[in-house]
Every structure is written in C-alpha cells, then in structure tokens.
Write a protein that binds this ligand. Structure first.
Ligand code: CTP
Length: 312
C-alpha cells in the first residue's frame, strides 16, 4: 500500500527538505542552457583539464616524475621506468568529444526504472565501481559500457586482492567488453599493489578491457574545483568524479542512479542504497546528499540532466 507523501518524507531522517526541494526542481521542464553548460565546461577545462590529464600517460608523467597520492598527500610515488612502461602513450580523451554521455551512479533509484534502452543509446556510457549488468539488471541499467571504474575495496573483498584465483575477476570484467577500466592506483597507499596486480592480470589474460590509472593530480585539482563550488567534504564520490569528466567530454550529460535518499521520490517506497544490494555508503568519506544538492543545481541550470523517474 502506497503511503502518502508527507508521511514518507517525515520518516526520512534529515532529508525531508532536500527531497521536497529536489521534487520542486525536478518537476520543472528541463531544457539545456547552452551558455551555462559552456561556461561550466570551460571552467573545468581551465582548472582541471580532464581532457589531457584524467589518466596517467607517458606524456603527462615521464620517468622521474613524482606522483602525489590524492588521498594521502604525504605519500609520493617516484615514477621508475618499470612503472612508466605500464602507462599508455597518449591520452585516451585528447581531442575526443561525444554528443551524449550517460553516467550511471549505483543508487537503488534506477532499479525498476526501465532506463536500460535509453542508457544503451548514449554515445559514451560511464559506470562506477564494477557494477553488475546481468541477471535482470540490464533492463534498468543497460549493458553498454565505455568506461568503468574499479574501487580497491571490491578488489580486496570480492577478488581476494588478486593474490588468489584471478579468473573470477576476468569473468566479471568480460561484462564490460573493451571499455576502459579506470583504477585509482595512486589515491591511497593500499591501492597501489592491488591495482598493479589487476593491470598485470588483465594483460596476462589478454582481456579486452583497457586498464589505465586515474591521475592523482587530476583528482587533486578536481577536489579543489568542487571545494570552490561548495563541496567541502573529505573526498569526492566516484559518481561526482565521473560526472565531472563527462561534462568535459560530452555535449549532453545524463545522470542515472544518483539519489542518495532511502525513499523513492515518486512512489515513496523504501529504496536500497544500490540497485543490486543495500551496502551503506561510507559517510566518513563522502556526503552524498550535499553532492546531490550540487548536481541538482546543475540540473536546474540546464548544465546536465538528472533522471529520477522511469524511462517509459
Ligand atoms: N550514488 C548515489 N546514490 C546512491 C548510491 C550511489 O548518488 N544511493 C552515486 C555516488 O555518486 C557514488 C556512485 O553513485 O559515488 C557510485 O556508487 P557506489 O558504488 O555506491 O559508490 P561508493 O562505494 O559509495 O563510494 P565511492 O564514491 O567512494 O566509490
């Protein structure tokens, strides 16, 4: 039985106001505001330059450079020839631009949305943290993937840090075809070895997926950029990092699966944190409701388009 809206909102801890505000903004007709979009894009281009810097390459990170870990600023990696040899030569995004991009957050809101077809029709699809795409999820989240991120926590927990059997990870990665796999090897000290092992495994197994390391310098600049735009939290969520990248690479940015609240905005049913499980977010690290407020503002200003409802 559907509960009434005010009841539901009152039962959602500390987020009633935010949900109400979101619904008000979302109910207005969305139109892209070219001026706002171009201005924001230029701001990103000038200050963070994901176009040429988002991924570590042999061009932007020569032998002898010092990589400062973005999550542990006192930690440095000196780039030796051996590490340098793992980097791609040129930057994958330089001079590339796509018309429509879809960024898929992992929020429970995308479950039963039937947005899979619409997501698959985007020119460039970005996903976060090795999400599942089969077993019925395809109708809601699609299957097309051009870029996917991997969080070391999953590599550690679900794939035994790649010190045991490696085939399960290969099987998992096969669902993303020949997309790019972004690994945060130089964000925290504990990430480096497991991300390197992931890259070695992919190469040794001749997997189609193309691994690359996220550039910590890009993440440091991005964090400063968002700080100036009101995001003062400890660390940006992967979803915000990928949205920022999409805003540089794509003319039209569509977001799905971004809704950090426990209640569906239209049917008021309880939502799980992810579309595939109910693992809770790490609130010491991120403040997703604050981030969401900023994404909502960008939606309101016609810079990007959030999708909260069903796609049929
Ligand atoms: N997200 C969201 N609402 C949710 C769950 C996730 O908006 N209910 C967005 C966030 O931007 C998040 C992204 O989707 O970064 C991917 O989700 P998830 O895999 O849950 O990320 P986390 O593991 O929580 O964290 P991290 O951002 O550090 O990878």
């Amino acid at each position: 039985k559907m509960r009434s809206a005010p009841d539901t909102i009152a039962s959602c801890k500390n987020c009633g106001e935010k949900i109400k505000q979101a619904l008000e903004i979302y109910s207005e007709t969305w139109t892209k505001q070219d001026f706002n979009y171009e201005k924001f894009r230029l701001d990103l281009r000038v200050n963070v330059n994901g176009f040429d810097e988002a991924v570590i390459t042999q061009t932007n990170t020569p032998v002898g450079s010092r990589l400062v870990y973005d999550g542990e600023r006192k930690r440095i990696m000196n780039v030796t020839q051996q590490i340098y040899d793992l980097f791609p030569k040129g930057h994958p995004f330089s001079n590339k631009r796509w018309d429509t991009c879809a960024v898929i957050g992992n929020g429970g809101i995308v479950a039963n949305s039937s947005c899979g077809k619409m997501i698959n029709s985007a020119d460039f699809v970005i996903r976060c943290n090795l999400p599942p795409l089969s077993n019925g999820y395809e109708k809601d989240v699609g299957t097309k993937t051009n870029l996917v991120t991997a969080n070391p926590t999953i590599l550690l927990r679900k794939f035994e840090s790649l010190v045991g059997r490696r085939r399960p990870l290969m099987k998992k990665l096969s669902s993303y075809g020949n997309s790019m796999l972004l690994l945060p090897a130089f964000s925290f000290g504990m990430n480096t070895a497991v991300c390197m092992r992931t890259l070695y495994t992919i190469q040794d197994f001749d997997s189609a997926i193309q691994p690359a390391f996220i550039n910590p310098e890009y993440l440091i600049k991005l964090s400063k950029f968002w700080h100036a735009h009101g995001l003062k939290e400890a660390r940006l969520s992967t979803g915000v990092m990928m949205t920022s990248l999409a805003l540089e690479l794509c003319d039209n940015v569509h977001l799905y699966g971004f809704w950090p609240f426990g209640i569906h905005p239209f049917n008021f049913k309880n939502l799980t944190n992810h579309y595939y499980d109910d693992m809770k977010p790490n609130t010491n690290f991120h403040s997703m409701p604050v981030e969401f407020g900023i994404l909502l503002q960008l939606h309101k200003n016609g810079v990007l388009r959030l999708h909260l409802g069903d796609c049929q």
